[in-house]
Ligand binder design. Structure first.
Ligand code: BGC
Length: 456
């Protein structure tokens, strides 16, 4: 290769790196974010959302499975475009049978009126019950996974704080989602079902993780959205309505996707992050989640590549095909892991996914580099809260982190990256992450089963 060509390539690479620099979280930045997270966590435990961007909500789940759960339980899982209804049968604490039906939640239902949304949920439950349960069945206890921030005053009371991800149904914020669901169930008259618990998907994942592995102390969702619940010492929890019984630990839902909504870590924000937020369904909320969760990761990569194109650094001689990158969400988080492979294969991905036939080898390398940097940022930002939770669980020798979610499941390096960064932050603690299959669904059934056991 001629010297002049090499020089141009080096200069181009320098420009690309200069542009991507703000996405890099070095040790100093990471330590700063961690220190702020710890402060926000303490403030959240004391004052909730009034004092912090971390809600630190008491979930009132203070008992986990103990091997004595018996009977049939219904579970609901609402949080994405698919709504699930599940029937779980337990014998001596073991899940022996399960049946599931999926119902797709149309955009007009997610963004329409709250009453319509809850009527739709009740109709899905009715459809499921009529298909799967005998007529005249006894009243079915139901656990409701509602994967949004809620304020709880008990296990079966959850007032929606704000919608996130792809939901924005009118008239639900400020309302108790259990009451809305029970009312909708009653409107159908012939449904003998009672909501006994509402929970976040992270709570469900922790409970299901504990069912799989008794060293589980954290439930992480790393999918469309992101959040992680952990076991907190009950005496450190200020907000508690009603009887604490002799609780030693309780699950806390920090809602860490909203970390930074009060501006406390704005130094992390790049131009691309601001652009993504301005153009999102719910701007200026769920700041942390928007840095890395599955709903946003692909779009962040796309916006970064658009900026690089404008600087003549990506697909600069291929304007015609580059147009495929111009549509919002054209590049998705599901495509991102496919770029973490041999460069030559990236050409295939571009052809198949975006119909781009003529990208150059440099374009492939830049695409891979951008995705790599965003994956690293994702792993560090998720590792920070997890490390803080592990540190708080200082009486546990080993902390297992149960994970549910497509990003963790399908990204080939994310598990390793995440564990590497946690190890760097808490080098003296023993932990591992593991995929806990369907925490958000089965977890709801397990919480209902524990609630039923305690009420007998
Ligand atoms: C919600 C959380 C949820 C997370 C993962 C976020 O958008 O606010 O409640 O746990 O997504 O689904």
């Amino acid at each position: 290769m001629e010297e002049a060509t090499i020089l141009t390539m080096v200069k181009q690479a320098e420009k690309v790196n200069e542009f991507l620099k703000p996405f890099i979280i070095d040790e100093e930045k990471s330590a700063k974010i961690k220190a702020i997270f710890e402060q926000e966590l303490e403030l959240g435990l004391k004052h909730g959302l009034k004092g912090s961007s971390l809600q630190m909500e008491n979930t009132y789940v203070m008992d986990l499975t103990n091997g004595k759960e018996e009977g049939q339980f219904l579970a609901l899982d609402l949080g994405g475009t698919n709504f699930r209804v599940m029937l779980m049968e337990m014998h001596q604490g073991i899940i022996e049978k399960e049946q599931v039906e999926y119902y797709s939640v149309a955009e007009e239902t997610r963004l329409g009126s709250g009453d319509k949304l809850f009527d739709f949920l009740a109709e899905c439950i009715a459809d499921f019950v009529h298909k799967n349960l005998e007529k005249g069945h006894p009243q079915m206890p139901l656990g409701f996974t509602f994967s949004f921030p809620i304020e709880q005053t008990g296990l079966n009371k959850g007032v929606l704080v704000s919608w996130t991800k792809s939901f924005n149904a009118a008239g639900v914020v400020g309302q108790d989602a259990v009451k809305l669901l029970n009312d909708a169930i009653e409107r159908l008259r012939d449904l003998n079902v009672k909501v006994v618990a509402i929970l976040n998907d992270t709570t469900g994942t922790l409970v299901k993780g504990y069912y799989d592995d008794k060293s589980t102390g954290i439930g992480l969702i790393l999918g469309t959205g992101c959040n992680g619940a952990y076991l907190e010492s009950a005496k450190k929890v200020v907000h508690w309505c009603g009887d604490r019984r002799d609780a030693k630990e309780v699950i806390i839902d920090p809602e860490f996707g909203a970390f930074g909504d009060n501006g406390c870590i704005d130094f992390v924000k790049t131009k691309v992050d601001r652009e993504l937020d301005n153009d999102s369904l719910l701007p200026k909320s769920f700041t942390y989640e928007k840095y890395f969760a599955g709903k946003y990761l692909g779009e962040l990569a796309r916006l970064a590549l658009v900026q690089l194109h404008q600087r003549g650094l990506f697909m600069s001689e291929n304007d015609k095909e580059y147009k495929h990158f111009l549509e919002k969400d054209a590049f998705t988080a599901a495509m991102l892991p496919q770029t973490q492979v041999e460069n030559a294969y990236i050409g295939e991905v571009l052809k198949q996914e975006l119909n781009i036939q003529n990208a150059t080898k440099d374009d492939w390398a830049i695409l891979k580099h951008v995705c790599n940097i965003l994956s690293q940022r994702c792993a560090i930002l998720v590792a920070i809260p997890l490390s803080v939770f592990i540190n708080r669980m200082d009486t546990k020798e080993h902390v297992a982190i149960a994970v549910t979610g497509s990003l963790y499941r399908f990204h080939p390096q994310l598990k390793d990256l995440l564990e590497t960064h946690i190890r760097k932050i808490v080098p003296n603690r023993s932990f591992h992450t593991f995929l806990s299959d369907d925490g958000s669904g089965k977890g709801a059934g397990l919480v209902a089963a524990v609630a039923a056991r305690l009420s007998h």
